[in-house]
Design a binder for this molecule. Structure first.
Ligand code: UGA
Length: 443
């Protein structure tokens, strides 16, 4: 089928590549000329395992094109996805200016029936606003062209995006138009070979589904972080508690890992936006507010431990950080817990030596050259002249370090483990002090 996708960010690019991989002819549009040129040369602007080969292959065989020409892109397809960003506004609501500007552009160029599909995470009611924007442009040029607007939220996870996209656990289609539903069912048929994973519903329910999914996941994390904070104070180990509750299938083992709080481009933004949506319709979503507040405090957790360990002041200290990205297998630093930690450490007069397998360039781009930040080429290099080690992102490469070497290199033998990667006993036996999240002895 012929598909057009507006926006070559995370969601747009992965969706475009995967739809092309399934045999569709996909045109990806972006207003950023240099990005389109780079994509045309096979350069992928994001680090995402498995993405580059499918982009290159499908671009080379003509199934995946990149352009800045909105008119040609609209003319190309019967299914037009909107996958542009919806950054948070100052008040926490999603900023729809990019979505609506794409809608207007589609309205200016549409010359026959198409289904316009919102893939970006957009507040409930956005499909209606897109419909109004497209219709206004059509009316302005006196064009009587039929179109539908559907919602088809994306559930991919960074780091597993290609896999999630090629093998989705569900495909949510929000539309009340049989024609639109038929086209989208046909598009997704190859993704549904073993059994039908499609859930068809009305547009508003589909829009809310996306927020509900992310808010539920964020809630699980904040809940576990709260339990960790209680565990710490009562002398329990949250890692046992996690295993104890996860075995109940109603709770499950997934997404109950305590840590330094959730980050990334989705959870913080979506929890805030849903809270805002609730407020706009006269409902005070207390749970969502609490989820966010717990997360904010959790990001300060390691700083509190570090400061306490150094008798209330980190001034003049150098802290080694392992991991900077908001989670492993990505170079994404958006809302990463490392950022909050580095910023408070700097404010308190400490220096940082950090290593991340992928996020080094992104960190440099965000913070530039500064004397209190050294970006190292390896994990052990961070320990040179460092007072203490803090684990921020649970990259596999950090799983079984040489604790004796760490002990020998650090000025002060202590590990602050923000992801509970290590067993306290093992670390302590190697002669290092250990602080973890919710592990009784840390208080
Ligand atoms: C999230 C959702 O998981 C996807 O389903 C969704 O499609 C996506 O947002 C989106 O809306 O586009 P992502 O932001 O890539 O995906 O990251 P996650 O893997 O969900 O991790 C989010 C954060 O939660 C990370 O900072 C991670 O460290 C943290 N986390 C995760 C925990 O602290 N504990 C856990 O048990 C799990």
């Amino acid at each position: 089928m012929k598909v057009t996708i507006f926006g070559t960010g995370y969601v747009g690019l992965v969706t475009g590549a995967c739809l092309a991989e399934m045999g569709n002819h996909v045109v990806c549009v972006d207003i950023d000329e240099s990005k389109v040129a780079r994509l045309g040369r096979g350069e992928i602007p994001i680090f995402e395992p498995g993405l580059e080969p499918i982009v290159r292959r499908n671009h080379a065989n003509g199934q995946l094109e990149f352009t800045t020409d909105a008119a040609a892109a609209v003319a190309h397809a019967q299914i037009i996805f909107i996958a542009v960003g919806t950054p948070p506004d100052e008040d926490g609501s999603a900023d729809l200016q990019y979505v609506l500007s794409v809608a207007r552009s589609i309205g200016r160029h549409l010359d026959r029936y198409a289904v316009i599909v919102n893939k970006s995470t957009v507040p409930v009611g956005t499909a209606d606003r897109v419909r109004v924007a497209v219709a206004a442009e059509l009316a302005a040029r006196g064009a009587a062209i039929d179109f539908d607007v559907a919602s088809n939220p994306e559930f991919l996870k960074e780091g597993d995006a290609v896999e999630d996209c090629l093998r989705p656990d569900r495909i949510v289609i929000g539309s009340s138009s049989e024609r639109a539903i038929g086209l989208l069912r046909k598009l997704y048929a190859p993704f549904n070979r073993s059994h039908d994973r499609t859930v068809v519903m009305d547009v508003r329910s589909a829009e809310l589904t996306k927020y509900a999914a992310n808010a539920m996941l964020a809630t699980k994390i904040s809940f576990m972080n709260e339990i960790a904070n209680i565990a710490e104070r009562v002398g329990a180990d949250v890692e046992w508690v996690r295993q104890g509750i996860g075995s109940d299938p109603r709770i499950g083992y997934h997404f109950i890992y305590p840590g330094m709080g959730y980050g990334g481009s989705c959870f913080p933004k979506d929890v805030q936006a849903l809270e805002r949506t609730a407020r706009d319709v006269g409902y005070n979503a207390r749970l969502l507010g609490a989820v966010e507040a717990v997360n904010g405090d959790q990001k300060m957790k390691l700083f509190e431990f570090i400061q306490r360990h150094f008798d209330g002041s980190v001034r003049g200290r150098t802290i080694a950080l392992w991991g900077l990205a908001f989670k492993p297998n990505t170079d994404d630093m958006r809302e990463a817990s490392s950022r909050r930690l580095m910023e408070v450490l700097w404010e308190a007069g400490a220096k940082v030596r950090a290593f991340d397998p992928e996020a080094r360039e992104e960190t440099r781009r965000l913070y530039g050259e500064r004397s209190d930040l050294v970006l190292c080429d390896s994990a052990y290099q961070t320990l040179d002249g460092a007072d203490a080690l803090a684990i921020i992102t649970e990259w596999k490469a950090f799983r079984s370090p040489d604790f004796a070497r760490i002990r020998a290199m650090l000025k002060e033998p202590v590990i602050f483990d923000g992801r509970n990667m290590y067993e306290p006993q093992v670390v302590e036996e190697a002669g290092l002090a250990y602080y973890g999240i919710g592990r009784g002895r840390s208080v």
